[in-house]
Ligand binder design. Sequence first.
Ligand SMILES: Cc1ncc(COP(=O)(O)O)c(C=O)c1O
Length: 330
Amino acid sequence: MSIIQAEHIMETHPEHARAPHDSKYANGSAFIQDHYCSVDEAGIPITDMGFLHADAAYDVVSVSRGHFFRLDDHIERFELSCEKFVLTNPYSRAETAEILTNMVKLVGVKDAYVWWCVTRGTNSNGDRSDLAGFQNKFYGFVIPYMYIAHDAERSRGFDVIVSKEFIRIPARSVDPTAKNLHWMDMKLSLGEALLSEKDWSVLTDEEGNLAEAPGANIFFIKNGEVYTPDSGCLEGITRKTTLELCAELGLPTHVEKVTADQLRDADEAFITSTAGGIMPINSVDDIVFGGTGGPGPLTATLHNLYWEKRWDGWLATPVDYDTPVNTESK
Ligand SMILES: Cc1ncc(COP(=O)(O)O)c(C=O)c1O
């Protein structure tokens, strides 16, 4: 089965055509604390603890064919991330949804990558140790949809390594279920992958159990059954979606401790992320799945079902591009 060329469809299908927009939002829009601006103008105060210490929680939701996917789930996860990091979103859930929607409308794109965060902010009395003195701040931006793996890469499948040099930061150091900005382990493992001329990396914990990949969850399939780690990773919304798609297809799923050796011995594997959906893996540590390469049949089925159901309106919130945004309203 061939992989739906989702990126090509987004670029060419009339239902994905960009809505009229002010040219200042050509590259994207942003919301900085209390006002909208273009992504090119957006900046953050240099003393904000989000920048200085990665003291922040964030989330990313996507829009395709003019509809948010699982917007409520993303906002719910975001609020939980804030709670775990003792941060308070200055905006209500409804206001957050409105800001995200307005940023999409300003850009006019039908396929969007929608990022937002709440940072610790700055302490007006200058005392960094006085948590109560901080005013938490909201920042966000919207740019055209971003893929970890483009059409050609998803069609051939990613070649990945299990990182030998780095492990995922332990959950007792930074809770991976709270979406956080501690990316250095993931970034350095990506560098390791690129140095060995591979596309992406997967990280384990200190005991060799699979954790996650940079910006994505990891899945593998063995004898028609689907496996993904139960801990040490973000509870990805695409991971949740994939488990639901497996249930719909009648594929047994296992959310449990799984090892790098099990991944190498799998029949098929893929990573999942809001930035690209379900992305097939071709090989792990030079072991090519199925011996012949390319996405396996169950991975291809899941990949295609993901986009078909999304474009069919599954768990979708439409964006009303026709009503103008009042950028003075916040
Ligand atoms: C570390 C990490 N794991 C997993 C994911 C996938 O999560 P989701 O499917 O909600 O995008 C992400 C997304 O950015 C991530 O940063």
